[in-house]
Design a protein around this ligand. Structure first.
Ligand SMILES: NC(=O)c1ccc[n+]([C@@H]2O[C@H](COP(=O)([O-])OP(=O)(O)OC[C@H]3O[C@@H](n4cnc5c(N)ncnc54)[C@H](O)[C@@H]3O)[C@@H](O)[C@H]2O)c1
Length: 347
């Protein structure tokens, strides 16, 4: 089986690429190489005969048609997106363009290819989305696949729009799709503008550890390699037209998460005195910051038999070890535009 993976040079896409190649799938990694991409993320598989790379933009229909014709994939896993909520506040246009128009172009290219091949039943278009499309929860409750969409940020609104397009292409044109909506990922190769790497790298640099608002926002933390495993399972076994929520079963407040990271760092790279937690600083909240996301994972657990393999404490310990061992990787990315600056402050 050959899978066309979009966004395979990003954080989650590269984890899917690495796992898919390790499991013997053919992989075509299609990525525009935006500021968020890093081909080092897939260096470990770049020489595999199972792997090919195509630098292309999902908004470029001619390039998509050429890539489908050249590689003849059996499935598409669509992860390419603008993904950083703070950047979507400063500049929503790129999010609408890539996440909505880009998904439309990819759907149309996939449909033309699928129709041209005689509508093979086994073909799959797997759209990877976020739990942020469901909005914000109070202290109780969880998102199920039936929770009404209620996106709050330009990022989540653009992802919600893309989810609706994918469902429409299934219902109207019969395109064989599956969808997944996952919670916050963390793990190796996480771009150093997102919370977990920012905290690890600022801690090591002796800088303040910024926590938005009072740190009470709750997220359900999912280790990226568990997520990649779930995605390949849904691709293989998911029911047509069905969506699956993927969570880590690890709800933590941002403050708890940061304190856990500090405790792991205190153990693995102790300071001469004191704790990394002394660097915690509360900063102005993100405009429209959703209070709580929580996933009800029963559908993927009961129908497909999937559960996460690690607790957030285990996953964070692995993540910290990875950042300590891969300084060359993250130092290079810290030079990129906007990284290390506070973005998305003014609405
Ligand atoms: N990171 C999370 O916690 C999380 C949670 C839920 C859902 N998701 C979704 O998972 C997917 C991957 O997220 P991520 O964190 O790996 O993102 P990322 O920002 O790390 O990577 C995105 C990749 O897409 C590529 N890309 C962007 N625009 C493109 C375009 N126009 N054409 C081709 N390639 C383009 C980038 O170059 C990059 O390699 C996204 O669709 C995101 O919405 C992420």
């Amino acid at each position: 089986m050959k899978i066309l993976i979009t966004g395979g040079a990003g954080f989650i896409g590269s984890a899917v690429v690495r796992l898919a190649v390790a499991r013997g799938y053919g992989v075509v990694n299609l990525d525009a190489l935006t500021y968020a991409a890093c081909l080092d993320n897939v260096a470990g598989v770049a020489d595999s005969p199972l792997y090919a790379f195509e630098q292309a933009d999902i908004r470029d229909r001619a390039a998509l048609d050429r890539i489908f014709a050249t590689h003849q994939p059996d499935a598409v896993m669509h992860l390419a997106a603008e993904s950083h909520v703070d950047r979507s506040i400063d500049g929503p246009g790129d999010f609408i363009s890539t996440n909505v128009t880009g998904t439309y172009e990819l759907l149309e290219a996939a449909r033309a290819y699928w129709v041209g091949r005689g509508r093979p039943e086994g073909f799959r278009f797997h759209h990877i989305s976020t739990d942020e499309v469901f909005g914000s929860l109070g202290a109780t409750g969880q998102f199920t696949e039936e929770t009404p969409y209620d996106p709050r940020s330009p990022y989540s609104a653009s992802k919600a729009a893309s989810d609706h397009l994918v469902q429409a292409w299934h219902h109207t044109f019969g395109l064989p799709v599956v969808l997944t909506n996952c919670s916050n990922n963390y793990g190796p190769f996480h771009f150093p503008e997102k919370l977990v790497p920012v905290i690890i790298l600022n801690a090591l640099a002796g800088k303040p550890l910024p926590i938005y608002g009072n740190g009470s926002n709750v997220r359900d933390w999912l280790y990226v390699e568990d997520h990649a495993d779930a995605l390949l399972l849904v691709l293989q076994k998911g029911a047509l037209g069905r969506s699956y929520n993927i969570g880590g079963e690890n709800e933590r407040t941002n403050l708890e998460l940061v304190r856990t990271l500090c405790a792991i760092l205190d153990e693995k790279r102790p300071l001469a005195q004191g704790s990394y937690a002394d660097q915690i600083t509360f900063v102005t909240d993100r405009p429209g910051h959703d209070a709580r996301y929580a996933i009800d994972p029963s559908r993927i657990r009961d129908e497909l038999g999937w559960r996460p393999s690690v607790t957030v404490e285990e996953g964070l310990a692995r993540t910290v070890e990875w950042y300590l061992a891969n300084e060359g990787w993250w130092r290079a990315l810290q030079e990129r535009q906007g990284v290390g600056q506070r973005l998305g402050v003014k609405a």
